[in-house]
Write a protein of this length. Structure first.
Length: 357
């Protein structure tokens, strides 16, 4: 079996991991993080399940990582993302798994955020021989296809020499992700949620010769969890896109590295269909946020007095050991690791880490 060293994968190792997912018929959960607690929970879960994983941060998550008190929001996004990246680089090797380090949705107004992060990766590459991140996402699904591809081409030209990939979105994933996205119109046709295979082919033919590109092709998926029946997933769009590229380029089966956005709340059958059609990465944000909140909430509910009094009014005993942040934050982390265990199982990545020391 092909292997990579534990830690953040870039360049050839990044390509090797994507190929392993395709050959093995599995996908990796991609988890949005907002602080060291969520990063550590993801790494713990990946190590416990012997699975590689994707750790990613949105612009809002990056700002929170740096601290909401920083007055310059743009600077906070840049520094927060960089801080998260350094934290993952430092610890991922210790957990013994391979990690794709990624930034999530960045629309046109957030291109300066990505450009500044690429500048940091260029400096890191010069000093350390590797970039800060494995890949970035540019979400220009709200733009025309021509603008989407032109700007993606410009960014990928900077990423390719660093061994970094670019994830693009074609079509529109419903819902909102940290201020990027579109409201879901309940009961509406929502035809814009479905990507056309010919658009995928056009993007692949333009971008793949430049560097490593993955595609979030929309097949009715949405961010967040909506009531059943409100959105109809059509995973066959992924198969049709793969077939179009394979036929046009004469490549082997499933040539496209595909991404499943809005994975929270999807049925087991829908997930397995998407993976079977070449999805290597499924974003899980809403479910993981809820898992963390549920863990913390359950702890607070079990010890309500500790969050109202320093001294227990019923026993006159100090309750510091109960309201210690390490206790309730750990409850949130454990809940996340449990939920992620389900994700590794469903996506088929459990026990399939290719990281070897």
């Amino acid at each position: 079996m092909t292997s990579v060293s534990p830690g953040v994968v870039t360049g050839a190792d990044y390509k090797t991991l994507l190929q392993a997912c395709r050959d093995g018929g599995y996908a990796l959960p991609a988890i949005n993080v907002v602080g060291t607690n969520s990063v550590n929970a993801v790494l713990e879960a990946a190590a416990a399940n012997r699975s590689d994983v994707v750790i990613q941060v949105s612009n809002g998550g990056a700002r929170f990582f740096a601290g909401e008190g920083l007055p310059d929001a743009h600077r906070a996004r840049v520094l927060g993302a960089a801080s998260m990246a350094h934290h993952v680089h430092l610890l991922a090797k210790e957990y013994g798994v391979a990690v794709i380090l990624h930034t999530d949705h960045a629309d046109r107004k957030l291109i300066p955020w990505l450009e500044d992060l690429i500048t940091l990766s260029e400096a890191e590459f010069k000093a350390q021989g590797r970039p800060l991140f494995s890949s970035h996402m540019l979400d220009l699904s709200a733009e025309t296809l021509d603008d989407n591809l032109a700007l993606s081409q410009k960014l990928l030209t900077r990423l390719a020499p660093l061994g970094m990939g670019l994830e693009i979105e074609l079509g529109v994933t419903g819902g909102e992700e940290d201020g990027v996205g579109h409201d879901l119109e309940e009961g509406a046709d929502n035809a814009h949620l479905y990507t056309q295979p010919e658009d995928v082919l056009r993007a692949w033919e333009l971008l793949s010769p430049i560097g490593m590109v993955s595609i979030a092709a929309s097949f009715g998926n949405v961010h967040g969890v909506y009531k059943p029946g409100n959105v109809k997933l059509r995973p066959e769009i992924l198969k049709n896109s793969q077939d179009a590229v394979q036929k046009a380029t004469g490549s082997g089966p499933k040539p496209l590295p595909l991404v499943f956005h809005g994975g929270s709340g999807s049925s087991l059958e829908e997930i397995r269909d998407a993976v079977a059609y070449g999805t290597f990465k499924m974003n899980l944000d809403t479910d993981i946020q809820f898992a963390f909140a549920h863990g913390v909430g359950s702890y607070v509910s079990a010890h309500p007095a500790a969050f109202q009094h320093q001294i227990d009014p019923a026993t006159d005993k100090p309750m510091k050991s109960l309201y210690d942040p390490r206790k309730w934050l750990r409850a949130g982390e454990k809940s996340v690791t449990e939920r992620m265990g389900e994700a590794f199982e469903i996506l088929g990545s459990k026990g399939k880490s290719i990281a070897q020391s």
